[in-house]
Design a protein around this ligand. Structure first.
Ligand code: IPE
Ligand code: IPE
Ligand code: MG
Length: 257
C-alpha cells in the first residue's frame, strides 16, 4: 500500500467499473504486434480481480470488447476472441475456488458460438457464488443497450402490460443488461483517454470518474490503490447539498445502521 492510502483510510467502492484501454499502444511502443498487448492485458485482469476480491469489493465490471470494436481489422478481432475463449476456459476453476460469480453484459449473441457456450456454462456454474460479482462487458455498447431497452418496453406497452405514461426509471433499470447490479461508484479509464466510449451511459450518471495515463498492460495494484485513495477523497452529493447529506448520515448513525 502506498503512503497516500495509509494517510487516508481507503473507502472501497461497492462497484468498480474499468475501461481497460491502451493494450495496442503498449505493444506498438515496443514494436510488437497489438495482440501481445492484449495478451499482457489479460494477465493484468487476473491480478486486478484478485486485489478487488482481497479488498472485499462486491462488484467489478470490465469493459473488454465494445460494439464498435467489431469494426477493427479481422485478424485483431479473431485474436481477441481467441484470447477471450482461452481466458474463460482457464478461469472456471479459479472462479469457483474464489467463489466469484461471472456475469456478462452486451450483445452476447454476436459472439462466436464456441465462446457463447463456454460463457453460458461458466455463468451458470458460478451463479450461486457469493463473493465478488465479475461482470464482463462483451460486444457491449450503451447506445445499443438503450435501444434494446426501448424495444423491450415498447413491446410490453403494445401487449397492454404497461401504459407508456406509467413507464418510470425503475422500468428502464429493470430492462438494462445490468438489471440487478448497483450503479458503479467509481469508473477508472486507463491510457490517458478522457472519454466514456459508449460504456454504461445510464449507469454512470453519478459515478466518480478517474483517468490515468497508465496503459492497461502496465496497470498494477499500486495504480489501483492510487485510484481508490483518490475516490476516498471525493465527496459525492447526488445533486443534494453537503448539509442535507450530513443530516442523512447522522440519522443513519442514530438508527444504528
Ligand atoms: C483496449 O486496448 C482493448 C480493447 C479495446 C479490446 P486497445 O486495443 O484499444 O489499445 P489502444 O487504445 O489502441 O492502445
Ligand atoms: C473502449 O476502448 C473499449 C474497451 C476498452 C473495450 P476503445 O479503444 O475501443 O475506445 P476509443 O476508440 O479510444 O474511444
Ligand atoms: Mg483503445
Amino acid at each position: 500500500m502506498n503512503n497516500l492510502s495509509e494517510q487516508n483510510p481507503m473507502r472501497v467502492p461497492g462497484h468498480l467499473a474499468i475501461i481497460m484501454d491502451g493494450n495496442g499502444r503498449w505493444a506498438e511502443q515496443r514494436h510488437l504486434p497489438r495482440i501481445v498487448g492484449h495478451r499482457k492485458g489479460v494477465d493484468v485482469v487476473q491480478s486486478i480481480v484478485d486485489e478487488c476480491l482481497a479488498l472485499g469489493m462486491n462488484h467489478l465490471t470490465l469493459y473488454a470488447f465494445s460494439s464498435e470494436n467489431w469494426g477493427r481489422p479481422r485478424e485483431e478481432v479473431e485474436a481477441l476472441m481467441g484470447l477471450l475463449g482461452r481466458f474463460l476456459q482457464k478461469e472456471l476453476s479459479s472462479l469457483q475456488e474464489r467463489k466469484i460469480r461471472l456475469n456478462a453484459i452486451g450483445e452476447i449473441d454476436r459472439l462466436p458460438i464456441k465462446i457463447r457456450k463456454i460463457l453460458d456454462d461458466i455463468v451458470q456454474k458460478t451463479s450461486t457464488n457469493n463473493n465478488l460479482v465479475l461482470t464482463l462487458a462483451l460486444s457491449y455498447g450503451a447506445r445499443n443497450e438503450l435501444v434494446r431497452v426501448v424495444r423491450k418496453l415498447s413491446a410490453r406497452a403494445v401487449a397492454g402490460e404497461i401504459s407508456p405514461g406509467d413507464i418510470g426509471e425503475t422500468d428502464v433499470v429493470a430492462a438494462l443488461d445490468t438489471s440487478g447490479l448497483p450503479d458503479p461508484d467509481l469508473l477508472i479509464r486507463t491510457s490517458g483517454e478522457m472519454r466514456i466510449s459508449n460504456f454504461l451511459l445510464w449507469q454512470l450518471a453519478y459515478s466518480e470518474l478517474y483517468f490515468t495515463d497508465v496503459l492497461w498492460p502496465d496497470f498494477n495494484v499500486v495504480h489501483l490503490h492510487d485510484a481508490l485513495s483518490e475516490y476516498s477523497r471525493r465527496h459525492r452529493r447526488f445533486g443534494l447539498t453537503a448539509a442535507q447529506l450530513k443530516k442523512m448520515d447522522d440519522k443513519t448513525k442514530e438508527w444504528g445502521n
